[in-house]
Design a protein. Structure first.
Length: 387
């Protein structure tokens, strides 16, 4: 692992040279992984916001770069409490200065590519592709740059803001997401209403500060503060839902805006490319749970911990390459409960191939490989592996 850690930069540079070219899209996202044991001397392991909801454990933060097809190119370990957006410039500088890729469309989610981060990437000559936050969307609506009538599920609509040259806003609506958003809001407002009514109907007058604190706990728990107008009158809670604000939120359910600086992509292309961020999420899912089981880790030296994460990335790189070669196998497979082939099952079938020493009488024959059956041979043929 120590030797591997020493070669990480040179290996990643070779991967970048193979999978990244000028004019390409580079995808970036972060996750976290928890640690077991004591890490008092670590500069990386600390308490932070765990993406998996794993409580009671310190963690590290992990940033992964992939190309547009989801092929992993580079991974980096950060201190466990590192904010996602603060790592963007460092990663982009690595792509530009160490890997020599000068013309890039950098793709990240709305929490990653904030306005400040976008400005920093512009200094490197990079374009960006991301989505807008709800406050940013509302600001465009207030300025009449976009209108709610332009959002629809059938097609993407591209809009140009005359105050922001070189940027195209791509408008789209996801009906399924709209239904989920509406259902979630109704549920949270129902819980908020029940809890606030209970406070308001209490027969006893309450201390102003204590009652205000209880209201704050309820609104914070259900994230419904912007929908509720409340006050305390002589020790009693008076409140109401702001129906106008509820209606405004309902009108935006399922609506999203992609901020596109790569004009060549077009509106539909920008939407599809932004959706490809799911490839990085799939990479993290494979690294952490599906087949590679990166977490938890038990190394008590930061360099070994970094090597562990890099080794997992290389394992996923092998899996990614193998999965592409096995595409005909998966394409001919069934769906749902009729599905036969998964990456895990492929590995199980290959594990059944053995190399062993055969002893017949006094004769020993080393290195005898079992003969693959039809399924195993098909997998080996697709992988272009000869035994």
């Amino acid at each position: 692992m120590d030797r591997l850690r020493e070669r990480q930069q040179s290996i990643q540079k070779q991967l970048a040279g193979k999978h990244l070219q000028d004019g390409c899209l580079v995808y970036y996202d972060m996750t976290s992984s928890y640690a077991e044991g004591d890490y008092e001397d670590s500069e990386l392991v600390t308490w932070g916001d765990n993406r998996d909801g794993k409580r009671g454990h310190e963690q590290i933060a992990i940033g992964l770069l992939t190309n547009a097809q989801g092929c992993p190119v580079a991974v980096r370990v950060f201190r466990g409490n590192t904010a996602d957006q603060t790592t963007v410039l460092q990663q982009a500088q690595t792509i530009c200065e160490e890997y020599g890729v000068k013309d890039v469309v950098f793709v990240g989610d709305r929490g990653m590519l904030t306005p400040k981060r976008i400005e920093e990437l512009h200094v490197l000559g990079y374009k960006t592709l991301t989505a807008l936050t709800h406050p940013q969307m509302r600001e465009l609506l207030q300025r009449r740059v976009v209108q709610l009538e332009l959002f629809n599920a059938q097609e993407c609509v591209g809009v140009v803001d005359p105050e922001v040259p070189g940027v195209q806003y791509v408008l789209h609506k996801n009906p399924e997401r709209a239904q989920r958003d509406a259902a979630t809001r109704r549920s949270l407002l129902a819980k908020t209403t029940q809890a606030l009514d209970k406070l308001a109907q209490s027969p006893r007058r309450s201390d102003h500060d204590k009652l205000a604190a209880k209201v704050g706990v309820i609104l914070n728990k259900h994230h419904t503060g912007k929908f509720v107008l409340w006050s305390i009158d002589h020790g009693r809670l008076v409140w109401q839902l702001q129906q106008q604000i509820v209606a405004q939120e309902e009108a935006m359910d399922g609506c999203y805006i992609i901020r596109n600086e790569a004009a060549a992509l077009g509106a539909a292309g920008a939407r599809d490319c932004y959706k490809d961020l799911i490839h990085v999420e799939q990479a993290f899912r494979n690294l952490k749970t599906v087949a590679l089981e990166m977490r938890p880790f038990y190394h008590h030296r930061d360099d070994r911990l970094q090597a562990h994460v890099f080794l997992c990335m290389l394992a996923y790189y092998v899996q990614w390459q193998a999965t592409r070669r096995l595409a005909p196998l998966f394409a001919a497979d069934g769906q749902g409960k009729n599905r036969q082939w998964t990456w895990v099952r492929v590995l199980e079938r290959l594990k059944a191939i053995r190399q062993q020493t055969v002893r017949i009488g006094g004769t020993e024959i080393p290195g005898v490989i079992s003969t693959p059956d039809a399924e195993q041979q098909r997998i080996l043929d697709l992988l272009k592996v000869r035994l």
